[in-house]
Design a protein around this ligand. Structure first.
Ligand code: SF4
Ligand code: SF4
Length: 432
């Protein structure tokens, strides 16, 4: 019979050392040191809007500093009643237990782990990899690209810039301050979805234990960078947003080209210029309004405000109604704001109504910025001076195809636009 081999010590599998079940908080995975909520919120805000919250940031930082004295007395009180939760998120180096920090509960270590009796003790890893939100796939951060696209779209014309200065920028400033204050006061938890601060896809929920939405600003709540849900990567939302912005910009560029460079047109009987030109003009404007609305929505502005800006953008930049996706107008056509024609009295209520040019008469339209001409008799050279804002441009209309409506491209620009006519009869113009 074969002798039973004797196991050498090397062949015996090593037994892992038993995990300590209790210990000091400083040796526990859940141990945290407070960080400045105001500082983390400010740092997380979309960069171009930081200067807009400077005042609120100074005020809240001062409050945060002044509140530091209240933590010690709270520990004394809680030791007496043995309730182990802070009344708010600890800041500025105050230590706490982060076991339930993503639920907005912060334990007082002196109470929860009194005499090292805490059963939630988990030995701390040596040199753990930081689990920061900035490197996490679940961090949905606001994009500068959105703000830049909005800026470029509304900033393309003087009228758009005016809308931006007077309405859009103040609304964004107010939004930045609101999000900043809500985030600081909520310790990184918000009740409405932020657009200018990042949010965590894992811990944000449409319905918390109170049945209310709760949005978690990761870099504030996860100040210790020890989040267990962390996963290295970049949120796919970033690429999806960039793709959608690129799609909207391409579409707007395409329809703008069509609208800007219409071919000369000979109208069929009963047809008016608006029939030919209007749909392209409207499509180009509405495609830009789509970009404006998409950006404002991503930046966290509420739906009613966003659609009101879409309508205002169309009215003040394109003088056309906003047409929403189902093809219906979001607002009635804007009333024509001015009259034009010889002197003040000659009404030109509709932009597409052609009017005959009389020699030595000035025609002005402060609203529409495109001019179409039609030359009915072309034996002589016909020169027209068109003022676009301060600039004066001369056109030889004899170069235009006869009896055909042609848009003069270089007439687009600053308003008002004026035609100084020395045309013989037989030349018609129309504004857009
Ligand atoms: S209270 Fe318990 S779970 Fe929290 S840090 Fe201390 S030992 Fe860890
Ligand atoms: S809180 Fe955690 S899961 Fe959420 S973004 Fe930050 S690291 Fe990622």
């Amino acid at each position: 019979m074969e002798p039973t081999p004797i196991q050498t010590p090397a062949a015996v599998p090593a037994q892992p050392a038993p995990r300590p079940r209790h210990g000091p908080c400083s040796a526990c995975e859940h141990f945290r040191r407070g960080t400045s909520v105001t500082g983390a919120t400010f740092a997380a805000l979309l960069d171009p809007l930081k200067p807009k919250v400077n005042e609120a940031h100074s005020e809240k930082t001062k409050e945060e500093r002044e509140g530091l004295d209240q933590y010690r007395p709270e520990v004394e009180l809680r030791l007496q009643d043995q309730f182990d939760e802070w009344s708010r998120r600890p800041v500025g180096q105050i230590v706490y237990c982060g076991l339930h920090e993503f639920e907005g509960r912060f334990h007082i270590t002196e109470v929860k782990n009194q005499d090292q009796r805490c059963d939630d003790f988990l030995p701390r890893q040596a040199n753990p990899e930081p689990h920061a939100c900035s490197t996490c796939v679940y961090n949905i951060a606001p994009l500068n690209e959105v703000l830049m696209t909005l800026d470029q779209t509304v900033g393309r014309t003087d009228r758009g810039r005016d809308l931006r200065e007077k309405e859009i920028q103040p609304a964004l400033n107010a939004q930045a301050e609101r999000e900043y204050r809500d985030c600081v006061e909520g310790g990184g938890f918000l009740r409405s979805q932020p657009g200018l601060l990042p949010r965590c896809e894992v811990y944000s929920t449409a319905s918390d234990e109170l049945g209310l939405p709760r949005y978690v600003v990761g870099p504030v709540v996860n100040g210790g960078a020890r989040c267990v849900a962390w996963e290295r990567g970049v949120s796919p939302t970033r690429a999806q947003t960039s793709e959608e912005l690129a799609r909207l910009r391409d579409e707007a560029r395409r329809t703008w080209e069509i609208s800007e460079h219409p071919p000369p047109v000979r109208l069929a009987p009963g047809e008016v210029l608006e029939d030919v030109f209007g749909p392209a003009h409207s499509a180009a404007g509405n495609d830009e309004a789509d970009i404006v609305e998409y950006c404002l929505t991503l930046l966290g502005l509420n739906a009613d405000y966003v659609s009101s800006i879409g309508i205002r953008f169309m009215q003040s930049v394109w003088y056309r109604p906003r047409v929403v996706d189902d093809g219906s107008a979001a607002a009635a056509s804007p009333a024509p704001t001015t009259a034009a024609g010889p002197g003040v009295g000659s009404a030109m209520a509709q932009p597409s109504q052609p009017f005959p040019l009389q020699p030595l008469v000035a025609y002005q339209h402060p609203t529409y910025h495109r001019v179409w001409f039609q030359v009915m008799v072309g034996e002589n050279e016909v020169t027209i001076a068109v003022h676009v804002g301060a600039a004066e441009v001369h056109f030889n209309l004899a170069a235009l195809p006869m009896r055909t409506w042609t848009q003069l491209r270089t007439t687009q620009g600053a308003l008002p636009i004026t035609i100084l006519s020395d045309a013989p009869s037989g030349v018609y113009a129309a504004w857009y």
